[in-house]
Design a protein around this ligand. Structure first.
Ligand SMILES: NC(=O)c1ccc[n+]([C@@H]2O[C@H](COP(=O)([O-])OP(=O)(O)OC[C@H]3O[C@@H](n4cnc5c(N)ncnc54)[C@H](O)[C@@H]3O)[C@@H](O)[C@H]2O)c1
Length: 278
């Protein structure tokens, strides 16, 4: 059901790779709610051409930009303001990539050049997006800027590797730049800490299926999927959340505040029984 929550609002959505992407689902929901936006992704991700299907559906322009390049971001903002006919009310940073995770490097044997790349792509790009936005004054007052995080910023999940550090930096940037954006531009900045979600970035982490299923059992409401994340993002772009800023918002079905759940107790009891039957 659509409520016209974003009618008249304009923005930029980074990170729609394919129909599983959180950014893809978000673009569809923002469109349903009346928002207009430019879609962007790294030039290399455009080669799949999938994003054009989404653009057609949403009546959006696609402008490639590597989110680690200040030049690309500047060009993206200039072209987007032309395309949308004004400044932005929302920006979604839905970007993550670790060469160490991708190439299966053990956490005790990290390649440090790749580690820096992880931090640049997955965290510093958020700072860059905001720094260029502030300098070029591209945001309307009471706008909303969001990035996606994961609870590995606070707790250890062994195979999440250097992405855990990237998420910790990302959340810290949301607080520091959130302060600045609030004072200078009356713009809010938050991160949403999302449940494990079946996407290209998510399933790239070793053991993803196991921790996806474990998180589902550990969450009283079950894992939040990409569509429900898109709904939450719409609410964070709407005028109903004007005073929420500098927060890391848990969107995880209750996972982060659960010690143990009946689902996990039942699962472990069954394992125990089956091993004592041997
Ligand atoms: N999938 C999960 O389990 C999960 C859980 C919590 C948070 N997140 C976060 O959600 C966000 C979106 O990921 P997703 O799960 O939708 O996966 P996804 O693979 O669909 O999206 C990741 C996107 O980052 C883009 N990207 C990579 N390098 C880039 C660069 N240099 N410039 C611009 N874009 C670049 C990719 O092209 C891709 O579109 C990420 O920040 C991810 O860490 C994912």
């Amino acid at each position: 059901m659509a409520y016209n929550l974003l009618k008249g609002k304009k923005g930029i959505i980074f990170g729609a790779l394919d129909e599983k992407s959180i950014a893809w689902k978000t673009a569809e929901r923002v469109h349903e709610e009346g928002g207009e936006f430019v879609l962007t992704n790294a030039p290399i991700a455009m080669r799949m051409g999938k994003i054009n299907e989404l653009a057609e559906k949403c009546g959006s322009k696609v402008i490639p930009a590597d989110a680690t390049s200040l030049e690309d971001i500047t060009n993206l903002y200039e072209e987007s303001m032309d395309a949308l006919g004004g400044k932005f009310d929302f920006i979604l940073h839905s970007i993550g990539m670790s060469p160490n995770v991708r190439k299966g490097r053990d956490y005790g044997d990290l390649n440090y050049d790749w580690f820096l790349k992880t931090l640049d792509v997955s965290a510093l790009s958020f700072h860059k997006i905001m720094q260029v936005a502030e300098k070029k004054d591209v945001m309307n007052e009471w706008g909303s800027i969001l990035a996606l995080s994961y609870i590995a910023a606070q707790r250890t999940f062994p195979d999440y590797s250097d992405m855990a550090q990237a998420k910790a930096v990302l959340e810290s940037i949301a607080r520091s730049y959130g302060y600045r954006m609030a004072v200078n531009k009356k713009v809010r900045v938050n991160t949403i800490s999302q449940s494990p979600t079946v996407t290209t970035a998510g399933t790239g982490v070793t053991g993803f299926d196991v921790f996806h299923d474990f998180a589902d059992k550990m969450s009283p409401l079950g894992n939040a999927d990409a569509s429900s994340c898109a709904d939450y993002i719409v609410s964070m772009f709407s005028d109903f959340t004007r005073m929420v800023t500098m927060q890391n918002l848990m969107h995880d079905g209750g996972f982060s505040n659960s010690g143990i759940t009946q689902g996990v107790v039942d699962y472990l009891t069954n394992i125990d029984k089956s091993s004592s039957n041997k």
